[in-house]
Structures are given as structure tokens and as C-alpha cells.
Design a protein around this ligand. Structure first.
Ligand SMILES: NC(=O)c1ccc[n+]([C@@H]2O[C@H](COP(=O)([O-])OP(=O)(O)OC[C@H]3O[C@@H](n4cnc5c(N)ncnc54)[C@H](O)[C@@H]3O)[C@@H](O)[C@H]2O)c1
Length: 273
């Protein structure tokens, strides 16, 4: 039976870890030719080898998504090898940069602000620009941007990251509107916490558990639980979806906090009235 992405070619940025890795593996299992576009070459090479062992097609392409020339070379190399770019997933991230150095902007080191905007927003510009031009030329494609719930609900101390990802969310809608006449769909997924490699230490710390539980209705997602949405958005099953911004967040954006607020208010009230 043909896979859901049989014969399609997908570039996945940040494919060496976390959501990008799980998405690349899921795409390859559905018959896609996957280009693992990654800053750390050995990560991508290891995953390409795993995909090959499983019978899939994947190549590792070292790239820094903040380098426009390198991104252009990535798209040219992909087309030379596979003939098209049918899908772009943009999942590159520097999680320690955000977790350890982002801050309330009154205390934020300007260098950190510029680095975070450069990676998460300017990087999105570069990959969308070059992959998008190729998709226009070939008559269609699907772009999946990985944003975050932090761009939908404010979070103290992450001002650079939320600004960058807020830009990604807004871009998703305007770029989708602009690209629709050319047959290119653009959607964004917004995870809350995901147990990716760099998040695991914090997520597994018993001291974090209470906070995590209060913020979510369901258990924290694994990268493998995010990948099916990225697969759906890449496939023809989502043919009528573009410009959507989809939380995939264990209930994070559905409620204020995991507290019985009304119950707490009613304590002491006369129950008979
Ligand atoms: N993990 C979470 O809890 C979480 C939550 C919400 C949103 N997100 C978003 O999901 C996406 C993926 O995050 P993740 O946790 O899977 O990250 P990750 O760290 O597991 O993987 C990101 C990969 O991107 C690579 N990378 C870093 N800089 C790069 C660059 N300049 N060019 C190319 N590759 C680069 C890294 O080497 C790494 O392999 C990010 O956009 C992140 O903001 C993550």
C-alpha cells in the first residue's frame, strides 16, 4: 500500500532532535524522501542512517537556517537530488538559548533578543522564502511551521521567544493568503511542553511536576505524538486547510489553571441558598 507521502520530498529543519526528528521519521515511514536539514551534522546523519535501516529514504544536509545563502543551497540541493520540495517543516530550535537566557525584556540582554529573533523569526523567513519560491515554480506544496502555545498565551520571562513565535503565527496567516493562488498551503502547529531531548531534564525533575500538572489537562506530549499532526498537514488529507494555527497542547490553552476556581469561591457559602 502506498504511503501517505509516497514519492513526495520533504525538507525538515531541526530534524536532528525532538519534533523535527519524530516528524522526519514519520514522513519517511509514509514514503517521503526526507531531507534532514540540521545545524549539527552528526545528529542528522544518525537519523538518516536509522531511516535507511527502516527502509526509508533520507539524506542529511547540514544547514544553519539563519544563513540565507545556506538555505538557498539547501533548496537547490534538494531539487537537484529529488526534483521538488513538496513539503517544508520548520522545526529548528535552540532550546537552551530560550530556556536559560530569554527574560523579561527590561532585563533582557539585547544580544539574546537578536539571536532569538534571528533563529526563530528570520530563520522562518529564509526557509519560507526559498522553499516557497520552489513550490510556486512547481505548482504547489505544503509548509508546516512549528510555533508554540507561548505565542497564543503570554508567558512571563519569554519575551524574545514569544515575540519571534508571535511573528511566525501572524506570518502563517498572511503567507497562507498570499500563497493560496499558487497552490501552496501554510499552517502552523503550536505545541505546549513536549518531552524533546533538551526539555527532558526539566520535565523529569520532580520539582517541576506540580507546575506541569497545573498547566495541562493531559500528560505532556512526546515528539512522536506531535508528528502525526505535522504528517496530516503535509498530506492531501488536509487539502482544505491553510492559514490555520493549531494548538496540540494537552489542554494548555483550554483553561486558566488546573484549579477548581468556582469551588474555591463557594467554600463557606450557604449551600442551601
Ligand atoms: N520542546 C518543547 O517543549 C516545545 C514546545 C513548543 C514549541 N516548540 C517548538 O518546536 C520546535 C522544535 O523544538 P524541539 O524541542 O523539538 O527542539 P530540539 O532542540 O529537540 O530540536 C531542534 C533541532 O534544531 C537544530 N538547530 C538549532 N539551530 C539550528 C539552526 N540555526 N539551523 C538548523 N538547525 C538548527 C538543533 O541542532 C536541534 O537538533 C521549535 O520551533 C520549538 O520552538 C518546542
Amino acid at each position: 500500500m502506498a504511503g501517505r507521502l509516497q514519492g513526495r520530498t520533504a525538507i525538515v529543519t531541526g530534524a536532528g532532535s525532538g519534533i523535527g526528528r519524530a516528524t522526519a521519521v514519520a514522513y519517511a515511514a509514509e514514503g517521503a524522501n526526507v531531507v534532514l536539514a540540521e545545524l549539527v551534522p552528526e545528529r542528522a546523519e544518525r537519523i538518516a542512517a536509522d531511516i535507511a535501516v527502516a527502509g526509508g529514504v533520507a539524506v542529511a544536509e547540514p544547514v544553519d537556517v539563519t544563513d540565507a545563502d545556506a538555505v538557498e543551497r539547501l533548496v537547490v540541493a534538494t531539487v537537484a537530488r529529488f526534483g521538488a520540495v513538496d513539503v517544508l517543516v520548520h522545526s529548528a530550535a535552540n532550546v537552551p538559548l530560550v530556556n536559560d537566557h530569554d527574560a523579561r525584556l527590561t532585563e533582557l540582554d539585547p544580544e539574546v533578543w537578536f539571536k532569538i529573533i534571528d533563529l526563530f523569526l528570520n530563520g522562518t523567513f529564509h526557509v519560507c522564502r526559498f522553499a516557497g519560491r520552489q513550490m510556486i515554480a512547481q505548482g504547489g506544496g505544503s509548509i508546516v511551521l512549528v510555533a508554540t502555545t507561548d505565542a497564543l498565551v503570554g508567558v512571563a520571562g519569554l519575551d524574545a521567544y514569544t515575540a519571534a513565535k508571535g511573528g511566525v503565527v501572524a506570518l502563517t496567516r498572511s503567507f497562507a493568503a498570499g500563497m493560496a493562488p499558487d497552490g501552496v498551503r501554510v499552517n502552523a502547529i503550536c505545541p505546549s511542553f513536549v518531552s524533546t531531548e533538551p526539555q527532558k531534564e526539566w520535565l523529569e525533575d520532580p520539582a517541576s511536576q506540580e507546575t506541569i500538572d497545573r498547566l495541562h489537562l493531559l500528560p505532556i506530549a512526546t515528539p512522536e505524538q506531535i508528528a502525526p499532526l505535522a504528517l496530516y498537514l503535509a498530506s492531501d488529507e488536509s487539502a482544505v486547510m491553510t492559514g490555520t494555527v493549531l494548538p496540540v497542547d494537552s489542554g494548555y490553552t483550554a483553561f486558566k489553571a488546573n484549579l477548581d476556581v468556582m469551588g474555591a469561591m463557594r467554600v463557606g457559602q450557604d449551600q442551601s441558598s
